[in-house]
Design a protein around this ligand. Structure first.
Ligand code: GLP
Length: 241
């Protein structure tokens, strides 16, 4: 694992942006895995900036987001579809057909999960998966206890995850109770992984991720077994690591 220690959130976002652009430039038809949450927002701002400066184009890029809430329409302000449109897709030259997220309002959610897996396979898999980490070690919405053999599936969200994400909703009751997420095996099949972490509230999670035992009780620990992981973390998040 490569660990890149940076000063703060801004530097994490800038370094992540260079890493992503290098990856895009290495491939004819790049496939990126994208994440939501607060952590990658700075990265997306940087990517938009570089696109405006004509340093990168996303015309040939295909993207797959990690997850989406169940029960929210794509145009719901709290859906990850909406987040991605607002924070990235509306501002770059990616084509709408190449920007994929699971459909959390599909009538048949199990079928939607299978379709999503098939779409990733058809694109020849993900070249670079961007990840954040939840306080309980979740990646995507793979909560503690998830099987390391899981593929895209429907999950019940942990109470702590709903509480952590309630800041984006009018109230805790409005936070959906389920989501569709890529599984651990889906994530582990990505050719490379870029994990971003910022802030002292994540210090314990980072320490467990880097040095802790590999266990389904702390899903991010599985990444220790991936051959190509880059962690970009700021001083506050790294703590004593
Ligand atoms: C959310 C998302 C994850 C994200 C994590 C951390 O629940 N599903 O993909 O990495 O929580 O979010 P944040 O970056 O806001 O701390």
């Amino acid at each position: 694992m490569d660990i890149i220690k940076v000063k703060d959130y801004q530097e994490m976002s800038e370094k992540a942006c260079s890493h992503v652009i290098n990856n895009i430039h290495r491939q004819d038809a790049p496939v990126l895995g994208l994440a939501t949450g607060s952590t990658p927002e700075g990265l997306y701002k940087q990517l938009i900036e570089k696109y405006r400066q004509k340093k990168v184009s996303f015309e040939q890029t295909t993207t797959f987001n990690l997850d989406e809430y169940v029960g929210l329409e794509n145009d719901d302000r709290n859906s990850y579809h909406y987040y991605m449109q607002e924070k990235l897709f509306n501002h770059i030259d990616i084509s709408a057909e190449k920007a994929n997220l699971p459909n959390g309002s599909a009538a048949d959610l199990e079928q939607e999960c299978r379709n999503y897996e098939a779409q990733i396979q058809q694109a020849n898999g993900i070249d670079l998966q961007i990840l954040g980490i939840g306080l309980n070690g979740h990646i995507g919405f793979n909560e503690p206890g998830v099987s390391f053999a899981s593929r895209t599936h429907v999950v019940d969200l942990a109470a702590s995850t709903r509480e952590a994400n309630a800041r984006f909703f009018p109230s805790l009751e409005d936070v959906p109770t389920q989501a569709i997420t890529m599984g651990i095996e889906t994530i582990m099949e990505s050719k490379a992984i870029l994990l971003l972490v910022s802030g002292k509230q994540k210090t314990e999670a980072v320490a467990r991720f880097v040095n802790g035992e590999i266990s389904e009780g702390f899903p991010a620990s599985v990444l220790q077994q991936h051959p190509q992981v880059t962690l970009i973390a700021d001083e506050a998040a790294l703590g004593e690591v």
